[in-house]
Design a protein around this ligand. Structure first.
Ligand code: CMC
Length: 426
Protein backbone atom coordinates (compact mmCIF):
# COMPACT_ATOMS: atom_id res chain seq x y z
CA UNK A 1 0.00 0.00 0.00
CA UNK A 2 1.19 3.52 -0.84
CA UNK A 3 1.98 6.10 1.80
CA UNK A 4 -0.79 8.66 1.83
CA UNK A 5 -1.79 12.07 3.14
CA UNK A 6 -5.32 12.43 4.48
CA UNK A 7 -7.18 15.70 4.08
CA UNK A 8 -10.34 16.24 6.09
CA UNK A 9 -13.03 18.73 5.09
CA UNK A 10 -13.98 20.02 8.53
CA UNK A 11 -17.35 21.27 7.21
CA UNK A 12 -18.55 17.77 6.34
CA UNK A 13 -16.13 15.58 8.29
CA UNK A 14 -15.29 13.72 5.05
CA UNK A 15 -11.68 12.56 4.60
CA UNK A 16 -9.77 12.00 1.38
CA UNK A 17 -6.53 10.08 0.88
CA UNK A 18 -3.85 11.17 -1.56
CA UNK A 19 -0.76 9.18 -2.52
CA UNK A 20 2.70 10.37 -1.52
CA UNK A 21 5.24 10.02 -4.35
CA UNK A 22 8.95 9.86 -3.50
CA UNK A 23 11.63 11.33 -5.74
CA UNK A 24 15.26 10.21 -5.84
CA UNK A 25 16.31 13.40 -4.00
CA UNK A 26 14.44 16.22 -2.28
CA UNK A 27 10.99 16.44 -0.73
CA UNK A 28 8.27 13.94 -1.58
CA UNK A 29 5.12 15.20 -3.29
CA UNK A 30 1.43 14.60 -2.70
CA UNK A 31 -0.35 13.51 -5.86
CA UNK A 32 -3.45 15.70 -5.92
CA UNK A 33 -4.38 15.20 -9.57
CA UNK A 34 -7.72 13.67 -8.50
CA UNK A 35 -8.35 16.39 -5.86
CA UNK A 36 -11.06 18.19 -7.83
CA UNK A 37 -12.82 15.00 -8.88
CA UNK A 38 -12.71 13.68 -5.31
CA UNK A 39 -13.55 16.83 -3.35
CA UNK A 40 -15.15 19.30 -5.81
CA UNK A 41 -12.56 21.88 -4.73
CA UNK A 42 -9.39 23.24 -6.29
CA UNK A 43 -6.12 23.71 -4.45
CA UNK A 44 -4.82 27.28 -4.21
CA UNK A 45 -1.10 28.06 -4.28
CA UNK A 46 -0.29 31.66 -5.13
CA UNK A 47 3.03 31.77 -7.00
CA UNK A 48 3.33 27.95 -6.85
CA UNK A 49 5.38 28.05 -3.66
CA UNK A 50 4.34 24.48 -2.76
CA UNK A 51 3.57 23.00 -6.16
CA UNK A 52 5.65 20.56 -8.22
CA UNK A 53 4.39 21.07 -11.77
CA UNK A 54 6.10 18.07 -13.37
CA UNK A 55 8.58 15.30 -12.76
CA UNK A 56 12.08 15.80 -14.13
CA UNK A 57 15.51 14.15 -14.17
CA UNK A 58 17.55 17.13 -15.33
CA UNK A 59 18.38 19.51 -12.48
CA UNK A 60 18.14 19.17 -8.71
CA UNK A 61 18.16 22.01 -6.18
CA UNK A 62 18.25 21.75 -2.40
CA UNK A 63 17.50 25.35 -1.46
CA UNK A 64 18.03 24.81 2.27
CA UNK A 65 21.51 23.33 1.79
CA UNK A 66 22.42 25.60 -1.13
CA UNK A 67 22.96 22.67 -3.49
CA UNK A 68 22.55 22.56 -7.28
CA UNK A 69 23.22 19.58 -9.54
CA UNK A 70 22.92 19.07 -13.29
CA UNK A 71 22.23 15.40 -14.08
CA UNK A 72 23.47 14.48 -10.60
CA UNK A 73 26.77 16.40 -10.78
CA UNK A 74 27.40 19.32 -8.42
CA UNK A 75 27.56 22.74 -10.06
CA UNK A 76 30.86 23.61 -8.34
CA UNK A 77 32.56 20.63 -10.00
CA UNK A 78 31.14 21.43 -13.43
CA UNK A 79 32.05 25.13 -13.17
CA UNK A 80 35.62 24.29 -12.20
CA UNK A 81 36.38 21.33 -14.44
CA UNK A 82 34.11 21.42 -17.49
CA UNK A 83 33.54 23.79 -20.37
CA UNK A 84 30.09 25.20 -21.11
CA UNK A 85 29.79 23.01 -24.21
CA UNK A 86 30.53 19.89 -22.15
CA UNK A 87 27.80 21.01 -19.74
CA UNK A 88 25.37 21.47 -22.67
CA UNK A 89 26.15 17.95 -23.84
CA UNK A 90 25.62 16.64 -20.32
CA UNK A 91 22.22 18.30 -19.98
CA UNK A 92 21.05 17.10 -23.38
CA UNK A 93 22.41 13.54 -23.17
CA UNK A 94 22.48 12.75 -19.45
CA UNK A 95 26.17 11.91 -19.71
CA UNK A 96 29.39 13.88 -20.03
CA UNK A 97 30.94 13.75 -23.50
CA UNK A 98 34.15 11.97 -24.43
CA UNK A 99 36.91 14.09 -26.00
CA UNK A 100 35.74 12.94 -29.43
CA UNK A 101 32.10 13.81 -28.69
CA UNK A 102 33.11 17.25 -27.40
CA UNK A 103 35.01 17.91 -30.62
CA UNK A 104 32.12 16.77 -32.78
CA UNK A 105 29.59 18.80 -30.73
CA UNK A 106 31.79 21.92 -30.86
CA UNK A 107 32.27 21.61 -34.63
CA UNK A 108 28.57 21.16 -35.28
CA UNK A 109 27.73 24.22 -33.19
CA UNK A 110 30.30 26.32 -35.07
CA UNK A 111 28.74 25.24 -38.39
CA UNK A 112 25.24 26.02 -37.18
CA UNK A 113 26.07 29.45 -35.74
CA UNK A 114 25.18 31.39 -38.91
CA UNK A 115 21.81 33.05 -39.50
CA UNK A 116 19.84 32.93 -42.71
CA UNK A 117 19.83 36.28 -44.51
CA UNK A 118 16.06 36.65 -44.10
CA UNK A 119 16.41 36.39 -40.34
CA UNK A 120 19.20 38.97 -40.37
CA UNK A 121 16.89 41.32 -42.27
CA UNK A 122 14.23 40.95 -39.59
CA UNK A 123 16.21 43.11 -37.17
CA UNK A 124 15.81 46.11 -39.48
CA UNK A 125 12.05 46.04 -38.90
CA UNK A 126 12.59 47.22 -35.30
CA UNK A 127 13.14 50.81 -34.15
CA UNK A 128 16.79 51.66 -33.65
CA UNK A 129 17.68 51.60 -29.97
CA UNK A 130 15.34 48.65 -29.23
CA UNK A 131 16.35 46.74 -26.12
CA UNK A 132 18.25 43.58 -27.16
CA UNK A 133 15.91 41.41 -25.06
CA UNK A 134 12.91 42.57 -27.10
CA UNK A 135 14.53 41.88 -30.47
CA UNK A 136 16.00 38.63 -29.16
CA UNK A 137 12.59 37.34 -28.12
CA UNK A 138 11.14 38.25 -31.54
CA UNK A 139 14.10 36.80 -33.45
CA UNK A 140 13.89 33.53 -31.48
CA UNK A 141 10.21 33.18 -32.40
CA UNK A 142 11.06 34.06 -36.02
CA UNK A 143 13.60 31.22 -36.12
CA UNK A 144 10.63 28.85 -36.13
CA UNK A 145 9.60 30.17 -39.58
CA UNK A 146 12.95 29.08 -41.03
CA UNK A 147 12.80 25.59 -39.54
CA UNK A 148 9.12 24.85 -39.59
CA UNK A 149 8.96 21.78 -41.79
CA UNK A 150 11.93 19.99 -40.36
CA UNK A 151 10.41 18.56 -37.23
CA UNK A 152 9.61 14.90 -36.90
CA UNK A 153 8.53 14.61 -33.28
CA UNK A 154 8.95 10.84 -33.27
CA UNK A 155 12.61 11.03 -34.23
CA UNK A 156 15.25 11.40 -31.47
CA UNK A 157 17.89 12.78 -33.85
CA UNK A 158 15.44 15.53 -34.84
CA UNK A 159 15.31 16.68 -31.22
CA UNK A 160 19.08 16.78 -31.03
CA UNK A 161 19.42 18.74 -34.27
CA UNK A 162 16.76 21.20 -33.21
CA UNK A 163 18.50 21.63 -29.83
CA UNK A 164 21.96 22.05 -31.30
CA UNK A 165 20.69 24.57 -33.84
CA UNK A 166 19.18 26.92 -31.29
CA UNK A 167 22.12 26.62 -28.87
CA UNK A 168 24.46 27.44 -31.78
CA UNK A 169 22.46 30.40 -33.06
CA UNK A 170 21.55 32.09 -29.77
CA UNK A 171 24.92 33.90 -29.34
CA UNK A 172 24.63 35.18 -32.93
CA UNK A 173 21.05 36.33 -32.38
CA UNK A 174 22.07 38.04 -29.13
CA UNK A 175 25.14 39.73 -30.66
CA UNK A 176 23.06 40.91 -33.64
CA UNK A 177 20.36 42.22 -31.27
CA UNK A 178 23.03 44.22 -29.43
CA UNK A 179 24.70 45.62 -32.54
CA UNK A 180 21.34 46.64 -33.94
CA UNK A 181 20.50 48.39 -30.66
CA UNK A 182 23.60 50.61 -30.99
CA UNK A 183 23.31 51.12 -34.76
CA UNK A 184 26.43 49.07 -35.57
CA UNK A 185 26.80 46.69 -38.54
CA UNK A 186 26.44 42.94 -37.89
CA UNK A 187 29.58 40.85 -37.50
CA UNK A 188 29.20 37.30 -38.81
CA UNK A 189 30.38 34.38 -36.65
CA UNK A 190 34.00 33.31 -37.12
CA UNK A 191 34.04 29.54 -37.45
CA UNK A 192 37.63 29.36 -36.21
CA UNK A 193 36.62 30.67 -32.76
CA UNK A 194 35.21 28.76 -29.81
CA UNK A 195 31.56 29.20 -28.76
CA UNK A 196 32.25 31.75 -26.04
CA UNK A 197 35.06 33.64 -27.76
CA UNK A 198 32.93 33.91 -30.90
CA UNK A 199 30.17 35.64 -28.95
CA UNK A 200 32.59 38.22 -27.54
CA UNK A 201 34.05 38.67 -31.02
CA UNK A 202 30.63 39.25 -32.65
CA UNK A 203 29.85 41.87 -30.02
CA UNK A 204 33.18 43.67 -30.08
CA UNK A 205 34.69 43.49 -33.57
CA UNK A 206 34.93 46.46 -35.90
CA UNK A 207 33.48 46.32 -39.44
CA UNK A 208 35.39 43.74 -41.45
CA UNK A 209 35.94 41.66 -38.32
CA UNK A 210 39.01 43.49 -37.07
CA UNK A 211 39.56 43.64 -33.33
CA UNK A 212 41.02 46.45 -31.31
CA UNK A 213 44.34 45.18 -29.99
CA UNK A 214 45.55 46.32 -26.62
CA UNK A 215 48.43 48.80 -26.79
CA UNK A 216 50.81 46.24 -25.30
CA UNK A 217 50.00 43.81 -28.11
CA UNK A 218 48.06 41.32 -25.98
CA UNK A 219 45.12 39.42 -27.44
CA UNK A 220 42.04 41.60 -27.89
CA UNK A 221 39.90 39.00 -26.10
CA UNK A 222 41.74 37.75 -23.04
CA UNK A 223 41.70 34.09 -21.99
CA UNK A 224 40.44 35.06 -18.55
CA UNK A 225 37.47 36.88 -20.11
CA UNK A 226 36.54 33.80 -22.14
CA UNK A 227 36.88 31.57 -19.08
CA UNK A 228 34.78 33.94 -16.94
CA UNK A 229 31.98 34.15 -19.50
CA UNK A 230 32.08 30.40 -20.10
CA UNK A 231 31.63 29.88 -16.35
CA UNK A 232 28.73 32.34 -16.33
CA UNK A 233 27.07 30.35 -19.15
CA UNK A 234 27.57 27.10 -17.19
CA UNK A 235 26.08 28.58 -14.00
CA UNK A 236 22.99 29.75 -15.91
CA UNK A 237 22.51 26.58 -17.98
CA UNK A 238 19.49 25.21 -16.10
CA UNK A 239 17.61 25.81 -12.88
CA UNK A 240 14.67 23.38 -12.78
CA UNK A 241 11.12 24.80 -12.88
CA UNK A 242 11.76 28.56 -12.62
CA UNK A 243 9.40 31.10 -14.22
CA UNK A 244 10.94 31.08 -17.71
CA UNK A 245 11.32 27.29 -17.87
CA UNK A 246 7.75 26.89 -16.69
CA UNK A 247 6.72 29.27 -19.49
CA UNK A 248 8.60 27.09 -22.00
CA UNK A 249 6.92 23.94 -20.68
CA UNK A 250 3.48 25.60 -20.69
CA UNK A 251 3.87 26.59 -24.34
CA UNK A 252 5.26 23.13 -25.13
CA UNK A 253 2.13 21.62 -23.60
CA UNK A 254 0.00 23.25 -26.30
CA UNK A 255 2.02 21.60 -29.08
CA UNK A 256 3.52 24.85 -30.40
CA UNK A 257 6.90 24.96 -32.16
CA UNK A 258 9.90 24.60 -29.78
CA UNK A 259 11.50 27.88 -30.82
CA UNK A 260 8.26 29.74 -30.07
CA UNK A 261 8.26 28.06 -26.66
CA UNK A 262 11.83 29.26 -26.12
CA UNK A 263 10.85 32.75 -27.21
CA UNK A 264 8.29 32.68 -24.36
CA UNK A 265 11.16 31.71 -22.04
CA UNK A 266 13.22 34.68 -23.27
CA UNK A 267 10.30 37.04 -22.58
CA UNK A 268 9.67 35.63 -19.11
CA UNK A 269 13.35 35.91 -18.26
CA UNK A 270 13.42 39.62 -19.07
CA UNK A 271 11.47 40.61 -15.93
CA UNK A 272 13.52 42.10 -13.12
CA UNK A 273 12.28 39.57 -10.56
CA UNK A 274 13.93 36.92 -12.76
CA UNK A 275 16.84 37.25 -15.25
CA UNK A 276 16.38 41.01 -15.67
CA UNK A 277 17.74 41.38 -12.13
CA UNK A 278 21.36 41.36 -13.34
CA UNK A 279 20.75 44.54 -15.34
CA UNK A 280 18.78 46.07 -12.45
CA UNK A 281 21.64 45.33 -10.01
CA UNK A 282 24.03 47.54 -11.96
CA UNK A 283 21.45 50.27 -12.50
CA UNK A 284 20.83 50.24 -8.76
CA UNK A 285 24.56 50.36 -7.90
CA UNK A 286 24.91 53.32 -10.27
CA UNK A 287 21.94 55.00 -8.61
CA UNK A 288 23.47 54.47 -5.16
CA UNK A 289 26.55 56.19 -6.55
CA UNK A 290 29.02 55.91 -3.69
CA UNK A 291 29.83 53.81 -0.63
CA UNK A 292 28.64 56.63 1.66
CA UNK A 293 25.08 56.28 0.31
CA UNK A 294 24.80 52.53 0.93
CA UNK A 295 23.32 52.78 4.45
CA UNK A 296 20.44 54.96 3.27
CA UNK A 297 19.48 52.46 0.54
CA UNK A 298 19.75 49.51 2.93
CA UNK A 299 17.33 51.38 5.21
CA UNK A 300 14.94 51.85 2.28
CA UNK A 301 15.13 48.11 1.41
CA UNK A 302 14.12 47.30 5.00
CA UNK A 303 11.26 49.79 5.15
CA UNK A 304 7.94 47.90 4.72
CA UNK A 305 6.30 51.08 3.37
CA UNK A 306 8.92 51.51 0.65
CA UNK A 307 8.66 49.42 -2.55
CA UNK A 308 12.46 49.59 -2.96
CA UNK A 309 14.15 46.17 -3.02
CA UNK A 310 17.80 45.37 -3.03
CA UNK A 311 18.34 43.92 -6.50
CA UNK A 312 20.38 40.72 -6.56
CA UNK A 313 19.24 39.65 -3.07
CA UNK A 314 16.82 36.89 -2.15
CA UNK A 315 15.62 33.82 -3.99
CA UNK A 316 12.42 31.82 -4.04
CA UNK A 317 14.25 28.52 -3.62
CA UNK A 318 17.61 29.27 -1.98
CA UNK A 319 17.28 29.97 1.71
CA UNK A 320 21.02 29.59 2.03
CA UNK A 321 23.86 30.90 -0.11
CA UNK A 322 23.08 30.32 -3.82
CA UNK A 323 25.91 27.92 -4.83
CA UNK A 324 26.19 29.70 -8.19
CA UNK A 325 26.74 32.98 -6.34
CA UNK A 326 29.57 31.35 -4.36
CA UNK A 327 31.35 30.33 -7.57
CA UNK A 328 30.88 33.82 -8.98
CA UNK A 329 32.12 35.48 -5.80
CA UNK A 330 35.46 33.67 -6.11
CA UNK A 331 35.54 34.48 -9.83
CA UNK A 332 35.02 38.15 -8.94
CA UNK A 333 37.97 38.05 -6.54
CA UNK A 334 40.12 36.38 -9.22
CA UNK A 335 39.14 38.97 -11.83
CA UNK A 336 39.75 41.78 -9.37
CA UNK A 337 43.34 40.51 -8.98
CA UNK A 338 44.10 39.52 -12.57
CA UNK A 339 42.44 42.47 -14.32
CA UNK A 340 43.53 44.82 -11.59
CA UNK A 341 40.00 46.06 -11.00
CA UNK A 342 39.08 48.45 -8.26
CA UNK A 343 35.96 50.12 -9.56
CA UNK A 344 33.59 52.30 -7.61
CA UNK A 345 30.73 49.89 -8.42
CA UNK A 346 32.67 46.99 -6.98
CA UNK A 347 33.32 48.94 -3.79
CA UNK A 348 29.61 49.72 -3.43
CA UNK A 349 28.72 46.08 -4.18
CA UNK A 350 31.22 44.79 -1.61
CA UNK A 351 29.84 47.15 1.04
CA UNK A 352 26.22 46.14 0.38
CA UNK A 353 27.18 42.49 0.58
CA UNK A 354 29.02 43.02 3.85
CA UNK A 355 26.10 44.85 5.48
CA UNK A 356 23.36 42.55 4.19
CA UNK A 357 25.12 39.37 5.29
CA UNK A 358 25.17 40.65 8.87
CA UNK A 359 21.94 42.64 9.09
CA UNK A 360 19.07 41.08 11.07
CA UNK A 361 16.48 41.98 8.37
CA UNK A 362 18.33 40.06 5.65
CA UNK A 363 19.61 37.27 7.91
CA UNK A 364 16.19 36.47 9.42
CA UNK A 365 14.55 36.40 5.97
CA UNK A 366 17.44 34.35 4.55
CA UNK A 367 18.10 36.95 1.86
CA UNK A 368 21.52 36.13 0.47
CA UNK A 369 23.19 37.65 -2.59
CA UNK A 370 21.98 35.67 -5.61
CA UNK A 371 23.63 34.82 -8.95
CA UNK A 372 22.48 38.10 -10.51
CA UNK A 373 24.24 40.19 -7.86
CA UNK A 374 27.67 38.85 -8.78
CA UNK A 375 27.07 38.27 -12.50
CA UNK A 376 26.07 41.93 -12.88
CA UNK A 377 29.29 43.04 -11.18
CA UNK A 378 31.46 40.57 -13.13
CA UNK A 379 29.91 41.40 -16.50
CA UNK A 380 30.57 45.07 -15.80
CA UNK A 381 34.19 44.20 -15.03
CA UNK A 382 34.34 42.39 -18.39
CA UNK A 383 33.10 45.63 -20.04
CA UNK A 384 29.91 43.95 -21.27
CA UNK A 385 27.23 46.59 -21.95
CA UNK A 386 24.49 46.51 -19.30
CA UNK A 387 21.74 45.87 -21.87
CA UNK A 388 23.47 42.57 -22.72
CA UNK A 389 23.43 41.11 -19.20
CA UNK A 390 20.05 39.41 -19.58
CA UNK A 391 20.77 38.27 -23.18
CA UNK A 392 23.88 36.56 -21.75
CA UNK A 393 21.60 34.79 -19.26
CA UNK A 394 19.48 33.75 -22.29
CA UNK A 395 22.49 32.28 -24.09
CA UNK A 396 23.42 30.20 -21.04
CA UNK A 397 19.82 29.11 -20.30
CA UNK A 398 18.87 28.09 -23.87
CA UNK A 399 20.24 24.59 -23.34
CA UNK A 400 18.16 24.23 -20.17
CA UNK A 401 14.97 25.36 -21.90
CA UNK A 402 15.42 23.06 -24.87
CA UNK A 403 16.37 20.11 -22.65
CA UNK A 404 13.26 20.69 -20.54
CA UNK A 405 11.21 21.00 -23.75
CA UNK A 406 12.55 17.63 -24.97
CA UNK A 407 11.86 16.00 -21.61
CA UNK A 408 8.32 17.34 -21.69
CA UNK A 409 7.71 16.07 -25.23
CA UNK A 410 9.12 12.62 -24.45
CA UNK A 411 7.18 12.32 -21.20
CA UNK A 412 4.24 9.98 -21.04
CA UNK A 413 0.75 11.27 -20.30
CA UNK A 414 1.76 14.93 -20.44
CA UNK A 415 -1.24 17.25 -20.37
CA UNK A 416 -1.86 20.78 -21.55
CA UNK A 417 -1.05 23.20 -18.70
CA UNK A 418 -4.44 24.51 -17.62
CA UNK A 419 -4.66 25.80 -14.04
CA UNK A 420 -7.97 26.88 -12.49
CA UNK A 421 -8.82 29.91 -10.34
CA UNK A 422 -10.56 31.13 -7.22
CA UNK A 423 -13.23 33.35 -8.77
CA UNK A 424 -13.97 36.57 -6.85
CA UNK A 425 -15.82 38.58 -9.51
CA UNK A 426 -19.52 39.30 -10.02
N1 CMC B 1 15.26 43.36 -0.77
C1 CMC B 1 14.57 43.64 0.36
N2 CMC B 1 13.65 42.79 0.89
C2 CMC B 1 13.40 41.64 0.23
C3 CMC B 1 14.09 41.30 -0.95
C4 CMC B 1 15.05 42.21 -1.45
N3 CMC B 1 15.73 41.92 -2.57
N4 CMC B 1 13.65 40.09 -1.40
C5 CMC B 1 12.72 39.69 -0.52
N5 CMC B 1 12.58 40.61 0.47
C6 CMC B 1 11.70 40.51 1.67
C7 CMC B 1 10.25 40.78 1.31
O1 CMC B 1 9.93 42.14 1.42
C8 CMC B 1 9.54 39.89 2.30
O2 CMC B 1 9.60 40.54 3.55
P1 CMC B 1 8.37 40.41 4.61
O3 CMC B 1 8.35 38.97 5.01
O4 CMC B 1 8.70 41.34 5.72
O5 CMC B 1 7.13 40.81 3.84
C9 CMC B 1 10.45 38.67 2.41
O6 CMC B 1 11.76 39.16 2.12
C10 CMC B 1 10.08 37.53 1.46
O7 CMC B 1 10.01 38.04 0.13
P2 CMC B 1 9.09 37.43 -1.02
O8 CMC B 1 8.88 38.48 -2.07
O9 CMC B 1 7.87 36.81 -0.42
O10 CMC B 1 10.00 36.28 -1.58
P3 CMC B 1 9.82 35.51 -2.97
O11 CMC B 1 10.39 34.17 -2.76
O12 CMC B 1 8.41 35.58 -3.45
O13 CMC B 1 10.71 36.38 -3.98
C11 CMC B 1 12.51 37.20 -5.27
C12 CMC B 1 11.95 36.02 -4.43
C13 CMC B 1 13.81 36.75 -5.92
C14 CMC B 1 11.52 37.58 -6.37
C15 CMC B 1 12.77 38.40 -4.31
O14 CMC B 1 13.69 38.04 -3.31
C16 CMC B 1 13.26 39.66 -5.06
O15 CMC B 1 12.42 40.42 -5.56
N6 CMC B 1 14.61 39.86 -5.14
C17 CMC B 1 15.15 40.97 -5.90
C18 CMC B 1 15.17 40.64 -7.39
C19 CMC B 1 16.22 39.61 -7.73
O16 CMC B 1 17.37 39.71 -7.32
N7 CMC B 1 15.83 38.63 -8.56
C20 CMC B 1 16.74 37.58 -9.06
C21 CMC B 1 16.40 36.23 -8.50
S1 CMC B 1 17.68 35.02 -8.80
C22 CMC B 1 17.78 34.76 -10.49
C23 CMC B 1 16.53 34.35 -11.18
O17 CMC B 1 15.68 33.66 -10.66
O18 CMC B 1 16.43 34.71 -12.35
Amino acid sequence: MNDTVTITDNRTGKSYDFDILDGTRGPSVVNISSFYTDTGMFTYDNGYTSTASCNSSITFIDGAKGELRYRGIEIEELAEKKSYLEVCFLLLNDTLPTKEQTKEFDLELRHRSFLQEGLTNLFHAFPSGSHPMATLSAATAALSTFHFNHLDMSNESEYQTMARRIIAKMPTLAAFAYRYSIGACFIQPDISKSYTENFLYMMRAYPGGKMHMDMDGQRAIKEIEIKALDTIFTLHADHEQNASTTSVRNVASTGAHPYVAISAGVSALWGRAHGGANESVIKQLEMIGSVENVDAFIARAKDPDDEFRLMGFGHRVYKNFDPRAKVLKSLQVQLQDELNLDSNLMKIANRIEEIALNDEYFVSRKLYPNIDFYSGVILTALKIPTSMFTPIFVIGRTVGWITQWIEFKKGKGMKIARPRQLYLGK
